[in-house]
Design a protein around this ligand. Structure first.
Ligand SMILES: [Fe+2]
Length: 278
């Protein structure tokens, strides 16, 4: 099968064309895709046509499925496949998940290495997903800041009391299965590409070990402001057929609620198992 991989920005994102994942991939292609994933952090594999089981099979080219926390929310008939939808509500209002920059499920001791989306229904404009590159942001930090944060560890809970936004409450059954908080370094090293990255998540970081809360929040805010500069960004404009996989160890991401909410935005979502950040 002839296919090509081309960068989308100099630092983040690559698109793959000419590959039909439903036909299966050979060992060589699988290795090439996984190398491209570690190098580019976001892969956009164009022109796919997935049913939920085909989406699961495509995801497994990159690893093993990771169970999402909100077990009650899945595609009917497919308990492994989660979805994002603009038709969700919290009591009294519409709820758009992922509206501020974050990394997925960092409250776990071994958070998911990757998340994947596949669009089923898209608004006619808007609803982009933004990614910023946490390797580039770390590399560019002043030496004194690197020294200050190397070795610091943050406590990530399901929902921080300092979170800039609400999460929908978990069912009792799902809540029981949420693991104890993850305690993760602010600077982690990617096990495949060897690069250091900031590991930040204002939605879930409740404290930094050995720091007063106020100082910890100030530090997280300062690093987030630095990391979310436009020069570190790849902004994905969704097209039908895009199978997008991103590396939660390399990028943080956010959704944009900037479209007509009378239009439906609905995507299948899966995650892959990761390692304990180090
Ligand atoms: Fe997310």
């Amino acid at each position: 099968m002839e296919y090509m991989i081309a960068p989308l920005t100099p630092h983040t994102g690559a698109e793959v064309r000419g590959l039909d994942l439903n036909e299966g991939v050979d060992t060589e292609t699988r290795a090439a895709l996984n190398r491209a994933f570690a190098e580019h952090h976001v892969l956009v594999i164009r022109g796919q046509h997935f049913t939920p089981p085909q989406f699961i099979a495509a995801a497994q080219v990159f690893g093993e499925l990771f169970q999402h926390d909100k077990r009650e929310m899945h595609v009917p008939g497919y308990p492994q496949v989660y979805y994002v939808s603009n038709e969700q509500t919290v009591p009294g209002k519409r709820y758009i998940s992922g509206e501020t920059f974050h990394t997925d499920h960092s409250n776990h001791p071994a958070p998911p290495k990757a998340t994947m989306l596949f669009p089923v229904s898209l608004p006619s404009y808007g609803g982009d997903t933004q990614y910023v590159n946490m390797h580039e942001a770390y590399d560019d930090l002043p030496a004194a800041t690197k020294e200050r944060i190397n070795g610091l560890r943050a406590v990530h809970v399901y929902l921080s009391k300092y979170s800039p936004r609400e999460l929908r409450p978990l069912s009792e059954d799902s809540a029981r299965q949420v693991p104890p908080p993850g305690v993760h370094p602010l600077v982690r090293t990617h096990p495949e590409n060897g690069r250091k990255a900031l590991y930040l998540n204002p939605v879930r970081i409740e404290s930094i070990i050995g720091m007063e809360d106020e100082a910890a929040l100030g530090l997280v805010a300062e690093l987030m402001e630095y990391a979310t500069q436009e020069k570190y960004e790849y902004r994905h404009q969704w097209r039908y057929g895009d199978f997008v996989i991103w590396d939660n160890r390399s990028v943080i991401h956010k959704a944009n609620p900037d479209y007509d909410m009378n239009e439906r935005r609905y995507l299948y979502r899966l995650m892959l198992k990761g390692e304990t950040p180090a």
